[in-house]
Design a protein around this ligand. Structure first.
Ligand code: NAD
Length: 360
């Protein structure tokens, strides 16, 4: 039976048809897309919990901010008592956990925040969930769900010709970021096995789209191309990623949360592998077509190959057959279409990303 959905105004509204999900990290890039998708679906009430670190942005939630099906709490997942209090107050049915430190380069510069949030924070959040689940009436305990949102980077380097990652691929993380996410995946499975917490996990490929902080490859390159600054590409630019449009990702996460089998993991991928240099060249061409340089030159001349990132995985490749077969999800937005939409969004929203790009 669904719980009661709390309106943003503090009113309580009976929502027989909706379940209430606490989304951690809902002011981030993917989390905000998830909140927008779920709150406007008619199927969920969304309780967004985010600490608003440097990359959290409430502007990404403006379009749902006034909806009864949405509320926001500023809190830190490392604060177990605060998280438990929100769960009790909002009478949640499920948690979708996205809050994390996410930028590989930052993890290489300083690993501590990654261990503290991604590892210790996830453990504290799991404990809060356990206490909350155990305090529920018996009939609400079994339907409770904890969905852990993770990355395919936990599997390490697929190698130029290696097989695509599946749900049984052994873990071999390369960066401090990937290692901290791998640790959090293990914690989630341990809480399931030891305490019977009903969990589902997803490991997704690289996402892109509107509202991504301009430190990540695609928005960083779009920003530099628009500003006509050198576009730094690591190594020879041959590193390959499978690019997943963020709205497809949000739909996949709903499928996993709603219908994933307890204890199971689902790989989410777009079957859309591209090398970094291919992606960057395409960005140049899209922006040239929309905002030609006065000189008539191509922005490809701005591409500058720089010293490679230490431990840089050559290729990630993910096989989404299981989620396609068992949950009926597949990516719908092709890379060309998704990248064009992303470029158009950044061209139309310079007021959001330009001040952030200056700090890079
Ligand atoms: P993001 O960096 O854009 O957002 C992270 C959010 O978490 C921010 O809003 C931040 O304020 C919040 N946060 C950070 N520490 C917190 C804390 N201690 N307590 C509460 N909130 C905190 O990240 P993203 O790219 O949207 O990624 C979201 C999740 O998806 C992460 O767990 C990431 O590992 C995973 N993931 C990302 C990708 C990708 O390509 N971006 C791919 C696969 C998986």
């Amino acid at each position: 039976m669904p719980a009661i959905c709390a309106a943003a105004s503090g009113r309580w509204q009976l929502a027989e048809a909706r379940r209430t999900v606490l989304v951690t990290g809902g002011a981030g890039f993917i989390g905000s897309a998830v909140c927008r998708h779920l709150a406007s679906s008619g199927r969920w009430c969304v309780v967004n919990v985010d600490a608003l670190t440097y990359c959290g942005s409430l502007a990404a939630l403006d379009e749902i901010a006034e909806e009864d099906a949405y509320s926001f709490h500023r809190a830190d997942i490392r604060d177990e008592e605060a998280m438990l209090a929100i769960m009790r107050r909002e009478r949640i049915d499920a948690v979708m956990h996205l809050a994390a430190e996410t930028h590989v380069d930052r993890s290489i510069a300083r690993s501590a925040p990654f261990v503290e949030t991604n590892v210790l924070g996830t453990a504290r959040l799991l404990d809060a969930c356990l206490r909350y689940r155990d305090s529920l009436p018996v009939e609400l305990q079994a339907p409770f769900r904890f969905h852990h949102v993770s990355t395919d980077e936990v599997f390490g380097d697929a190698g130029a010709d290696g097989a695509a990652f599946s749900e049984t691929t052994p873990y071999a993380p390369s960066s401090p970021y990937a290692a901290s996410k791998a640790a959090s995946d293990h914690l989630v499975r341990a809480w399931h096995r030891t305490y019977g917490l009903p969990v589902v996990l997803s490991n997704s490929t690289n996402s892109y789209g509107p509202w991504q902080y301009p430190e990540k490859l695609i928005p960083l390159m779009i920003g530099h191309a628009i500003e006509e600054r050198p576009m730094p590409v690591y190594g020879d630019g041959g590193n390959v990623r499978d690019w997943l449009f963020v709205e497809d990702h949000a739909r996949a996460l709903e499928r996993v949360l709603a219908d994933g089998a307890v204890g199971e993991t689902y790989i989410v991928g777009a079957r859309s592998e591209r090398s970094n240099v291919e992606v960057v060249e395409r960005i140049c061409d899209l922006i040239d077509a929309r905002r030609p340089l006065g000189s008539g030159a191509s922005r490809r001349s701005l591409i500058a190959f720089v010293e490679d990132r230490p431990g840089h995985d050559r290729r990630y490749s993910a096989d989404p057959s299981k989620i396609e077969r068992e949950l009926g999800w597949r990516s719908e937005v092709g890379f060309e279409q998704g990248l064009a939409r992303t470029v158009d969004w950044y061209l139309a929203n310079e007021g959001w990303w330009r001040p952030l790009l200056q700090t890079q």
